[in-house]
Design a protein around this ligand. Structure first.
Ligand code: HXC
Length: 258
């Protein structure tokens, strides 16, 4: 049997997914994206899991979609059969928080995959870029849309049109990543953040994720109304009563995730 392109593990209530095509710098092909989607959905459905971390290798989170696989495809292969992009949106169906832990290259589809994570933690070795223009295409999995939302039009145009890479410090300044840490601390930092999130009340976490995402998808009025309704609905949970009671009693809350 061939080796899995995606490895999974759990630590406490955190599900860890490691992209595993190190020799090809985790170039993303359909088989890998299928395995990634299945792993994400399995953790999302597992009630013992409260947050998910996706990472790659020390050298590459992912150096993009697999150029060798794409090279000879025709228009009807990619449009008609929907090769490459058909399973890229699975990560957006995940309702629990997903942290991307990025070391090394996050290029092309690798950068687009990283941008679909809810929180990005970068090693100081991380390099982000959308170099598709160099091979005669453009970013096809959200790069032209998510990058401007994350870093603004000027920097997004610069990266997309010149294909230059942005290092971790620039990515943090630009607002693409939440934290930059020394490479040897990356997994500890990402797993710690995921563990903190997974210790919170799951319904509150899931609704907070949905509400923040609304900020990107809806006009302000709709987003504010959505947030208000989510806020109201949490008063129907056990965990809201427990969280507030525990605060008043100066003790740790015992959440039941309901
Ligand atoms: C296929 C890839 C690859 C990729 C690297 N490899 N990136 N294979 N697709 N995207 C393979 C190389 O062919 C090589 O295989 C091995 O990984 C190591 O790579 P090297 O180039 O030898 O390493 P290095 O010199 O360190 O350079 C690293 C690099 C370079 C700067 C990241 O590999 C690079 O430029 N890669 C392509 C980046 C890119 O253009 N990405 C965008 C792809 S298009 P062998 O067998 O020779 O050892 C895209 C579109 C997304 O992502 C659309 C939405 C789905």
């Amino acid at each position: 049997m061939s080796e899995s392109l995606v490895l999974t593990d759990t630590q406490g209530r955190v599900g860890l997914i490691t992209l595993n095509r190190p020799k090809a710098l985790n170039a993303l092909n359909d088989a890998l994206m299928d395995e990634l989607g299945a792993a994400l959905l399995a953790f999302d459905a597992n009630e013992d899991i409260g947050a998910i971390v996706i990472t790659g290798s020390e050298k590459a989170f992912a150096a993009g979609a697999d150029i060798g696989a794409m090279k000879d495809w025709t228009y009807m292969d990619v449009f008609g059969a929907d090769y490459i992009t058909r399973n890229w949106e699975t990560i957006r169906k995940v309702r629990k928080p997903v942290i991307g832990a990025v070391a090394g290259y996050a290029l092309g589809g690798g950068c687009e995959l990283a941008m679909m994570c809810d929180i990005l933690i970068a090693a100081d070795t991380a390099k982000f870029g959308q170099p598709e223009i160099k091979i005669g295409i453009l970013p096809g999995a959200g790069g032209t849309q998510r990058l401007p939302r994350a870093v603004g039009k000027a920097k997004a145009m610069d990266l997309v049109l010149t294909a230059r890479m942005m290092d971790a410090a620039e990515a943090e300044r630009a607002g693409l990543v939440s934290r930059v840490v020394p490479a040897d601390k990356l997994m500890e930092e990402a797993m710690d953040a995921a563990t903190v999130i997974a210790s919170m009340s799951l319904p509150a976490v899931m609704m907070a994720k949905e509400a923040v995402n609304r900020a990107y998808e809806a006009p302000l009025n709709d987003g504010l109304l959505f947030e208000r309704r989510m806020f109201h609905s949490l008063f129907g949970t056990h965990d809201q009563k427990e969280g507030m009671t525990a605060f008043m009693e100066k003790r740790k809350p015992e959440f039941r995730n309901k």
